[in-house]
Write a protein that binds this ligand. Sequence first.
Ligand code: ADE
Length: 241
Amino acid sequence: NRWHASVLTLYPDMFPGPLGLSLAGRALHDGRWSLEATDIRAFATDRHRSVDDTPAGGGAGMVLRPDVLDAAIGGVMGPGDARPLICLTPRGRLLDQAKVRALSAGPGCVLLCGRFEGIDQRVIEARGMVELSIGDYVLSGGETAALVLLDACVRLLPGVMGAADSAAEESHGADGLLEYPHYTRPADWQGRAIPPVLLSGHHAEIARWRRAESERITQERRPDLWARHEAKQRGAGGMDG
Ligand code: ADE
């Protein structure tokens, strides 16, 4: 019943990769989650072990075959498997912290990493895949996107983040704002002082300053998040905003 990730890829050696180190690696070692990377090519049936073919209608690149992918999915998902099947692709819906929270709260996930130009649309539909993108840029394959998604989910699993437990205050947290700036010693560094309020010991003033900085930075860098934040405040505050 631990959180279980299955990854279908043509490059299983890319896993666990960075997820075998640091916070996620410790949690993997401690059995708080598990990871299995499966080579799609193991499910090829012809003697050339082919996994892709030329696109119907012509054009550049190659398309992953539906029969091979379906067999690979069947190889890692049992009939009663409740985990969402996610395909990482730049044409997917954008991943955000709300989706990460939902995924992390579930039983795990099955991640299909695209390569080449794409995946046959019929297997996407037949298997009810959810297509997700990690951002508006193009990677050479879905593997690094899968690593990003898993990192974001695993750090939210119970017991993984530990004492720091900063999930409440971090960027994209409950209030939908970006995080305020941080400082540590020395108090003066290369002629730059720590904002005096942070050294004042006045907790209420410090909280007020951090809140104001969060709002300022969000307005400046992410007008989209700021608009969403303001809409949510209006909704929560009733008709008076
Ligand atoms: N594969 C290639 N680019 C990607 C992206 N931006 N997000 C998810 N998967 C991808």
